[in-house]
Write a new protein. Structure first.
Length: 321
């Protein structure tokens, strides 16, 4: 394989990449909780879907559990960025747990949409991946109104009570193009299908896909730094391939790069999922620089400035006036 541009080994580095505002807030929430309350701080599910982040927080005293019944009564538990269903809040209350909700505000927005359209008695078709924590949390807001639709092939099996009163919502971390295909298939069956009031696929997911699309046609290989259970990272591999990358691989760490992948390769694209700290990308850049890919060109397609305030429970108390 040779680069379409020059024969010089080079790296194209996608921007935006890595941490989004929701992940930054969730990780900081656990760090602040540890500082304020001391270890252990329990965290229901992985706070964000990244191995390195989870390992690092574990070393500092976070204890990751699958369900709230694994948390000792009265202890402090943080809910992850992916959100939880109302049942989980109730269970935590029953056990007298102190809670910090690190659900990303953009996931909370989808929960609000689900509640609103359930109240208005719509059938809600939720485009997303079966078993993903975010989908479980959103579905739990209105289980009797929400059906999950994963792919265009699922559409034939969907049944609704009133085809005039149907809306689609989605998981925040899907492929934009694949989601539109599923929605097209849904609209063929239900022409009155309503769109969500605003995009559910979040800005960070969209921006990372746009950047990788811009870069991929120039790349013999795209390396996506991210974990296997990170939906938006896995989507970046798919988007890179669809956009014309010669090959695309998902890695947690630089040490996973197989030298065989680099054989005959000139241009390597690098990006990272929304739950990936920049230190892991630096590790990949160093690894490649040692092997001759020292030239790095950043491909910037958007600037991100969004930040979210910490969860209420962790904000400094207002000083008395
Ligand atoms: Fe929030 Fe999007 Fe980041 Fe998920 S990927 S935490 S929805 S900003």
């Amino acid at each position: 394989m040779t680069s379409p541009e020059t024969g010089t080994k080079r790296v194209l580095l996608a921007k935006p990449r890595g941490y989004c505002a929701g992940v930054d807030r969730a990780v900081e929430a656990v760090e602040r909780a540890l500082e304020k309350h001391g270890a252990p701080v329990y965290v229901r599910k992985q706070i964000v879907h990244n191995l390195h982040v989870v390992d690092t927080l574990e070393q500092r005293g976070a204890v990751f559990v699958d369900e709230t019944d694994e948390v000792p009564e009265g202890a402090l538990v943080v809910f992850s960025a992916h959100g939880v269903s109302p049942v989980v809040h109730e269970q935590a209350k029953e056990r007298g747990l102190r809670t910090i909700d690190a659900t990303c505000p953009l996931v909370t927005k989808v929960h609000h949409e689900a509640k609103r359209f359930a109240r208005e008695d719509y059938d809600i078709l939720l485009v997303g991946h079966h078993g993903h924590e975010e989908v479980e949390g959103t579905s739990g807001e209105a289980p009797e109104h929400i059906q999950l639709v994963e792919t265009p092939e699922d559409v034939a099996a969907v049944t609704v009570r009133d085809p005039e009163k149907v809306i689609w919502l989605s998981q925040t971390t899907l492929s934009v193009d694949e989601t539109l295909e599923t929605v097209r298939a849904l609209r063929e069956r239900f022409p009155s299908l309503q769109n969500p009031p605003s995009d559910d696929i979040c800005y960070a997911t969209q921006n990372r896909q746009v950047a990788v699309k811009a870069m991929a046609p120039r790349c013999d290989l795209v390396l996506v730094v991210g974990s296997r259970n990170s939906s938006n990272s896995v989507r970046l591999v798919e988007v890179a391939l669809q956009a014309g990358a010669g090959a695309a691989k998902l890695i947690d760490y630089a040490r996973e790069i197989d030298d065989a992948w680099l054989r005959g390769v000139t241009t390597i694209g690098i990006t990272s999922g929304a739950s990936v700290p920049e230190v892991l990308v630096r590790g990949v850049l160093d690894h490649l620089a040692e092997r001759g890919w020292g030239e790095v060109e950043e491909i910037e397609t958007a600037q991100e400035t969004l930040t979210f305030a910490l969860p209420r429970e962790l904000r400094p108390a207002r000083s008395a006036r």
